[in-house]
Write a protein that binds this ligand. Structure first.
Ligand code: SAM
Length: 294
């Protein structure tokens, strides 16, 4: 696909850049811990597939620098040039002269992408494979970019973010759970609308094994920000509620959409801007597999 790489999911990714950058603030602590855990002595080249606004790639760059190994490289890959440019800026700001930064505009669904990438000791693919029409083929493409002995780390699934108390004081308690159900319906429709969409009905560990990876395992990490949130983290909650409002409309009740509108209106009694009890708790699962040495 070369320079014609594009996302398949009809999501307006460039318009989400500011929001993705703000979320990078909320996730910074957890990212640093996960990056340090995955960048072991064998890791010199890291590919961040679907690098978004660059938060994860920044953390991997810092972990590579901290490891003190010579000859380290971080490769950013994304289908959306606007995001790629923003990610490159953030990563170059921390790479120094020790870590080489390579930027590739590419489509993770393209089986030809691997030949444009250096063989990687670690491929990080966080919340990108579920945006590909054929997720299994996407994982196969990623595995093809691994060096022998290299590891693929796929972030998919876990537990959805919680940020509201159970009873916000208006409407039935459990709004967050109802939004999760509505979001699942939106997600199914988003996937079904992609040209060539193939359902995936097995777990990720099975997919990793099916594409020939070994030592398949997983761990989960938390984004754990208790109340009261900083102003920046509160804004991330508001961003998420706006995204949930837009994606769940038509998939949840009109009453719940109206509640979300009220929560997003700074002049309303229900405005999130006035709530002291917002928090953020989310568990993400990292599914790991290794390319055999021979
Ligand atoms: C949900 S964001 C995840 C960003 C980042 N990996 C993270 O976890 O914070 C999905 C990213 O995947 C990118 N993306 C979507 N479809 C893609 C494709 N077919 N190939 C490469 N990147 C893609 C989007 O542009 C966006 O940057």
């Amino acid at each position: 696909m070369g320079s014609h790489a594009h996302a398949h999911d009809n999501i307006d990714w460039p318009s989400r850049l500011t929001e993705l950058r703000r979320a990078d603030l909320l996730t910074a602590t957890a990212r640093a811990e996960v990056a340090a855990r995955l960048v072991d002595d064998s890791v010199r080249t890291v590919i961040d597939m679907g690098s978004g606004s660059g938060g994860w790639a920044t953390s991997f760059t810092e972990a590579l620098r901290a490891s003190g190994k010579p000859g380290c490289t971080v490769v950013l890959v994304d289908a959306v040039p606007e995001l790629l440019a923003a990610a490159e800026k953030s990563v170059r700001a921390v790479a120094g002269s020790e870590v080489e930064v390579v930027v590739v505009h590419g489509d993770a669904a393209d089986p030809g992408l691997a030949v444009r990438l250096p063989p990687a000791d670690l491929i990080w693919a966080s919340h990108v494979v579920h945006h590909l029409p054929n997720e299994r083929q996407g994982v196969r493409n990623l595995a093809a970019s691994l060096a022998r002995g290299g590891r693929l780390a796929l972030v998919e699934g876990g537990l959805p973010a919680r940020f509201l108390v159970n009873d916000i004081g208006v409407g039935e308690p459990g709004l967050q759970q109802r939004l999760d159900v509505a979001n699942t319906k939106w997600f199914k429709a988003m996937r079904a609308d992609m040209a060539g969409s193939v359902p995936l009905t097995v777990g990720w560990s099975r997919v990793l094994r099916d594409v020939g990876l070994v030592d398949v395992t997983a761990f989960s990490y938390l984004f754990d920000r208790p109340a009261p949130l900083s102003d920046a983290d509160r804004t991330t909650v508001i961003d998420r509620v706006r995204w949930m409002r837009d994606t769940t409309e038509g998939w949840c009740s009109r009453e719940d959409t109206a509640l979300l509108d009220r929560m997003l209106d700074p002049a309303d009694d229900l405005s999130l801007a006035d709530r002291e009890d917002l928090f953020w708790l989310q568990a993400n699962t990292v599914h790991l597999g290794r390319r055999p040495l021979a």
